[in-house]
Structures are given as C-alpha cells and as structure tokens.
Design a protein around this ligand. Structure first.
Ligand code: ATP
Ligand code: MG
Length: 263
C-alpha cells in the first residue's frame, strides 16, 4: 500500500481546525450536511468558514443563497471570502459565470484548491469546513497532502452501495494519516406525510454497523426531510429556516458529537 506524502502540509494562519466533509459515493448529501453543519457550528458561537472544493460541481453558493463575486483585497494577492448566514465562504461557483462548466485537468484543480486554502483571507476561524467532491480523486489527494486537516467526516446513506464506498474513503484518509472524526448516515429514514409511519427506503442501521466494523466513530443519523431539500434550493439551510424540522433536530445532535471530538 502506498503511503501518501504528507510533508508539504502547512498551517492556515488563524484557522484552528480544518475538517473535510467527504464521501466515496456521489449524491449522498455531503454539501447538504456541510452547509447545515457549518451553520449549526456557528450557532454554537464558533467562527466558521466553508470552503467548497467541488470545482466541477460547486453547489455551496446556491445552498447558501450567494452569488457575490469575491474581491481581491487591494494591495495584496489575497481573496476576501464572501459572507453568508454568518459564515465566510469561498467556492469556484462564485468565480465563474453561472452555468459555465469548469473543464480542467488535475494539476489545475490542485492549484485552485491550494489557493482556496492559502490565498483566501480566512481571518480567525475556529473551524474551516471543506465540502469535498465525491470519491478519492485529485482534489482529495491535494487536500490530504497539503491541507492541515484536523480530520474528516464521512457521509453515507444506508444503501449497500454507499456503504461499500465508505471503506474506500476511510482507507484513503488512513493512508494519508488524516484522523476520521466520524460517520454521518444521511437519508436514514422517512416519515410519510400524515401517516407517521417510519420507513427505511435505503436500508436500516447500516451506517452504525459500518462504523463499528471500520473502527470509526458514528456521529448519528439524519432522516430524509423535505426541509433539507427546499432549504438547499431556497439558499437558506434548513437548520436556520426550520430549526424544529426533524433533520435540524438531528443535526444538533451530530454537531454536539463532532464538537466533542474537535476540542
Ligand atoms: N436528508 C435529506 N433529505 C432530503 N433531501 C436531501 C437530504 N440530503 C440531501 N438531500 C438532497 O439530495 C440532493 C443531493 O444532496 P447533496 O448535493 O448535498 O449531495 P452531495 O453528496 O454533495 O452530492 P455530490 O456528490 O454531487 O457533491 C440535493 O437535492 C439535496 O437537497
Ligand atoms: Mg456536493
């Protein structure tokens, strides 16, 4: 097994903790978890930054309701992050025209990720959350090599296919000596409108079982909740617009579990 080189990692000035939100499989809810976790951490009084490292499919600006272009701070080569819902954020989606695809090869991706880490004036942050693209590709490799990651949070659904990919993600972080802070099982259950019956469309209990098998902490489950989707589409995370929604209540628990592992 090849050991990933980690010697180039340098600290981000003023940033205390850097946490990657990752998944092996696409579409399991990384970006949704990232924005809601970020605002949940901010609600605890922490200063929080959110970095969208999904260069090809940047969803964070839409989910946070911003389109403002970040500016270069006069007389410097630093970019000022954009403020939204009490967070500082940066995303490729704020730097290109809406709807225009980014078509880059690996080395350019790596350069952009490095600029997001080190050329953005993040200021003093308690936590910088990084929303990753799916899989174990160039962006993940650059981050594990260059970013001073405190650890990684892995998102999965209870489906067998998603759970299989959890193992690959865990292995990647372990090879890079990045601690796994825990696993979130998203879309874990569903309560239909007006029937109150809980069902498990993607399977039941797989996340906790996988965490046990892999020897990583289990941070908790988030149900399928329409408020998460409408919040993402409307640009205000459900945690803020619907604090009593089932997913927001569950996210408070996950935020607490994560904080216990961060301090
Ligand atoms: N618990 C949930 N309940 C309802 N909808 C959800 C939930 N989690 C995510 N979604 C919705 O599922 C879709 C995919 O979520 P999201 O974009 O966060 O996934 P992702 O893992 O970041 O995807 P990608 O791999 O493409 O980056 C979005 O429309 C989102 O609003
Ligand atoms: Mg995403």
């Amino acid at each position: 097994m090849t050991q990933v080189q980690t010697h180039e990692r340098q600290a981000i000035p003023g940033v205390k903790q850097t946490v990657a939100v990752s998944s092996g499989k696409g579409g399991v809810g990384k970006s949704t978890m990232s924005v809601n976790l970020a605002v949940a951490l901010a609600a605890q009084g922490l200063s929080v930054g959110l970095m969208d490292t999904d260069i090809y499919g940047p969803n964070i600006p839409g989910m946070m309701g911003v389109s403002e272009r970040p500016e270069v701070i006069p007389g410097t080569q630093s970019i000022r992050p954009v403020e939204a819902h009490g967070l500082s954020l940066i995303s490729m989606g704020l730097l290109v025209e809406p709807g225009v695809p980014v078509i880059w090869r690996g080395p350019m991706l790596a350069k952009m990720v490095s600029q997001f880490l080190f050329s953005v004036a993040w200021g003093d942050l308690d936590v910088l959350l990084l929303d990753l693209p799916p899989g174990t590709g160039d962006v993940q490799l650059t981050l594990t090599q260059m970013a001073p990651l405190t650890g990684a949070v892995i998102v999965t659904t209870p489906s067998t296919l998603a759970l299989e990919d959890v193992g690959r993600g865990v292995q990647m972080f372990r090879q890079s000596e990045v601690p796994i802070l825990g696993l979130i099982e998203n879309m874990s259950s569903f309560v239909c409108d007006g029937c109150d019956k809980q069902s498990y469309p993607f399977g039941h209990g797989g996340g906790a079982a996988a965490a046990g098998t892999l020897g990583i902490p289990f941070l908790g489950t988030i149900p399928l909740d329409i408020n998460l989707r409408t919040g993402a589409d409307d640009g205000t995370p459900a945690f803020l617009s619907r604090p009593q929604a089932p997913a927001s209540i569950a996210m408070r628990g996950i935020c607490r579990s994560l904080l216990e592992r961060l301090v």
